[in-house]
Design a protein around this ligand. Structure first.
Ligand code: HEM
Length: 225
């Protein structure tokens, strides 16, 4: 068995376990809010691990592939219907267990998600015209949710856990777009800004409304830029 654990610099921890058992890859990010700083520092300093290197991070978003192959994914255990997330509002978690028709399809999807996690963590907005994606990036860079990706053969398991109700609403709305637009229809250019605005207007986001609005104002770009 070969195990690799990657640590993100400063406050983020990324662990990737490459296991010989069933070609499985897991990437785990740990949240880094003030409650976990000590633990993370401990983890960092005890590290018998290697730093994340640019060379083993996915270099492609695989979006054109996913768009054309969107119909080749289903919920694990089901042969028909597009993938849907399982939501748990009490635990603020969203889980997906997705089956691809080929191992290549599963790898392309897992790499896409990892590529996007890295992009969000770098503050490199993947859809800077869409307020929902901007809000998601705000939540990611402020360590308000984690994303775990696991691939075993043709199956991809994604688990996202939020630490605030506002972040949970954002990742939940994102999951709806992934399911209903991306997987169901291969539509990738729908603007979710109105959904983002209604989340922002909700009392669950009142603590951070001002900061999020400022973030959007600073980072939003017109479509095509
Ligand atoms: C313009 C096109 C797309 C963009 C900008 C995009 C961006 C993203 C981002 C930012 C994430 C979140 C990563 C995280 O929260 O840690 C994500 C996750 C994901 N994407 Fe995409 N994506 C696009 C198209 C697609 C397509 C076409 C598919 C599949 C047909 C897809 C499937 C997924 C899945 C399954 C996840 C993980 C589940 C989730 O975040 O709820 N994406 N993507």
């Amino acid at each position: 068995m070969k195990t690799t654990i990657k640590l993100g610099a400063l406050s983020l921890i990324t662990a990737a376990f490459l296991s010989g058992c069933g070609d499985s890859t897991t990437t785990v990010e740990e949240p880094t809010n003030s409650n976990t700083t000590t633990e993370e520092n401990t983890t960092n300093s005890n590290a018998t691990t290697e730093e994340t290197t640019a060379s083993d991070a996915p270099t492609e978003s695989n979006i054109p592939y996913l768009k054309s192959n969107h119909a080749n994914y289903s919920n694990h255990g089901s042969t028909s219907g597009f993938p849907t997330p399982t939501k748990d509002g009490e635990n603020k978690s969203i889980d997906w267990t997705i089956s691809a028709t080929t191992e290549e399809g599963a790898t392309k999807l897992a790499d896409h998600i990892q590529f996007m996690v890295n992009k969000l963590k770098n503050g490199d907005n993947p859809r800077a015209w869409d307020k929902l994606f901007l809000m998601e990036e705000y939540m990611k860079t402020n360590h308000q949710y984690t994303t775990q990706i696991e691939q075993t053969g043709t199956t991809v398991i994604v688990s996202k856990v939020a630490t605030t109700s506002c972040a949970y609403e954002v990742i939940s709305a994102h999951a709806d777009a992934v399911s209903g637009d991306f997987f169901a229809q291969g539509i990738i250019n729908k603007d979710n800004s109105l959904t983002a605005e209604s989340i922002l207007a909700d009392s669950v986001c009142s603590n951070e409304k001002t900061q999020i609005e400022a973030y959007i104002l600073e980072n939003q770009k017109p479509k095509g830029q």
